[in-house]
Design a protein around this ligand. Structure first.
Ligand code: SF4
Length: 113
């Protein structure tokens, strides 16, 4: 099977052509550097994403948050539900862990509040 995807590792955005057989990557072309091959393999075998979103604070404002590492794409919706159900305590310093050790990551604040 052949599929095409855009590499999102750097702003160049190479169009990758990937030949797969089941979950095995047979070849990758269109990449301008080796990171494109690793990205293509990861996307085909076990896609991951860093999640950025907002969390409600105790006073009703929203604090921007992100996962401190990429998580499996299939866990994103469950993580979002957990973030939406959580109220962040105040005060907050950028880098504070607001949810610890979920889906292989921590959810951290990216702004002081
Ligand atoms: S293949 Fe390399 S150069 Fe192309 S977008 Fe990916 S990281 Fe950037």
């Amino acid at each position: 099977m052949t599929k095409e995807l855009t590499c999102i590792i750097c702003p160049r955005g190479c169009t990758l052509k990937i030949e797969t057989e089941g979950k095995t990557v047979r070849s990758v072309s269109g990449n301008a550097c080796p990171r494109g091959i690793r990205y293509a393999e990861s996307e085909c075998i076990a896609p991951v994403r860093t999640v950025t979103t907002t969390m409600r604070c105790k006073d009703g404002r929203l604090v921007p948050v992100k996962t401190d590492r990429p998580i499996p794409k299939e866990s994103m919706m469950a993580l979002m539900a957990l973030v939406n159900a959580t109220i962040a305590p105040l005060p907050i310093t950028a880098g504070d862990i607001l949810i610890k050790d979920v889906y292989g990551c921590n959810v951290v604040a990216t702004k002081d509040m």
